[in-house]
Design a protein around this ligand. Structure first.
Ligand code: PLP
Length: 364
């Protein structure tokens, strides 16, 4: 073969050094690493719902007879079902293969090479990852000591960089705090597109969706991954100004939300009472877990409105605690970044998962 034809020379230059996304480990890998059967792994690293999906979803998936037919590209049934759950007409809703895909689609819609995106860090990793893969440039505005958004700094960064977009996760992952509505309003007033990621809305009960009546530059993202237990099926949605929906539908991959995901999401919305009960169980377990973690000498938990708790770790390095827990079959989230290097994030599981975590922390 002619060496001169190495296809890597044709790769987009700005993608040659992209850092891989730090995804959570699959169950099998955790199981093999710890020598613990898959069913005994305590998985508190991905903010997944330990109660799983609604039992009605399992039945609906088993009964569905059209897996051989392409799914509806316009997601009509799903968007209709979301209409009453969210209280927004379906012509303002677009679903994605997880809200991750919508983040990517939004960036594709707005960014030209080199365009700026403001990110309030530390926060969810996909915002910077997808900005970079879309050819944009991330401007970081650090959150303060209690992880509140630096509103003045964010507005200033948008103005001085001519940023087109800003992402605000509320509750924020990994810190668990929400951003007050007044702060979001100030950021909306800059005129940039403000993406408020409410992936944990069902746990916090707090939304800025009503601000869309007044601000045409607000996008709100939600997902079925966390509260509805569908992380593995990949289905999320965005609530957009009506003027953007046609553009998004035109650039999205036609069959982006697969048939199983659409069936599962629609069926979940028919079993809201069941899902609300699991959300309540998780929220009350979060409070018990917070108190218990406060009693662990080397941990300082931050109050959370989501289904996870971030803790500052003193004494041993967080990475060591992370590794020791993992060797015992308990997986939690460690962040290899300067600001979070002495922190760990624990997803809220079932009471027995909290008990196993606490027992292991005491041994450590
Ligand atoms: C988990 C998470 C998501 C991802 O949602 P998917 O719908 O599974 O892609 C989005 N935003 C935040 C802040 C998250 O923590």
């Amino acid at each position: 073969m002619d060496k001169g034809s190495d296809p890597r020379r044709l790769i987009r230059r700005d993608l040659l050094d992209t850092k891989p996304y730090a995804y959570v480990s699959p169950l099998e890998e955790l199981s093999q690493g710890a020598g613990v059967p898959v069913e005994d792994i305590v998985k508190l690293d991905g903010n997944e719902n330990p109660y799983g999906c609604s039992p009605r979803v399992r039945q609906a998936l088993a009964d569905f007879s059209y897996y051989h037919i392409y799914p509806d590209s316009e997601q009509r049934q799903l968007r209709k079902a979301l209409e009453s759950y969210v209280g927004v007409p379906s012509n303002r809703i677009v679903a994605g293969s997880g809200s991750d895909e919508l983040i990517d689609l939004i960036l594709r819609l707005f960014l030209e090479p080199g365009d700026r995106v403001v990110n309030c860090t530390p926060t969810f990793g996909i915002y910077s990852f997808s900005t970079e893969t879309s050819g944009g440039k991330v401007i970081e505005v650090p959150r303060d000591g209690s992880f509140a958004v630096d509103v003045a700094g964010t507005a200033e960064a948008i103005r001085s960089n001519g940023a087109k977009l800003v992402f605000v996760a509320s509750p924020n992952n990994p810190s668990g705090n929400t951003t007050p509505e007044g702060d979001i309003v100030q950021i909306l007033r800059t005129g940039a597109v403000v993406v408020v990621d409410e992936a944990y809305y069902e746990f916090s009960g707090e939304t800025v969706l009503h601000l869309a009546d007044k601000y045409d530059n607000l996008i709100v993202l939600r997902t079925f991954s966390k509260w509805a237990g569908l992380a593995g099926l990949r289905v999320g949605y965005g609530l957009f100004p009506e003027s953007l929906v046609g553009h998004l539908l035109r650039i999205k991959p036609p069959y982006n939300v697969n048939a199983a995901a659409q069936v599962a999401a629609v069926e979940s919305l028919k079993d809201i009472d069941y899902l609300r009960r699991t959300v309540e169980a998780i929220v009350s377990e979060r409070e018990r877990m917070f108190n218990a973690l406060s009693d662990v000498g080397f941990l300082a938990p931050y109050p959370s409105r989501a289904n996870f708790i971030l803790c500052r770790v003193s004494g041993e390095p967080a990475e060591v605690i992370h590794r020791r827990l993992r060797a015992r079959g308990i997986s939690v989230r460690y962040f290899d970044s300067p600001r979070l290097r002495d922190h760990l994030r624990f997803s809220v599981g079932k009471p027995e998962h909290t008990d196993a975590l606490l027992a292991a922390l005491r041994q450590i």
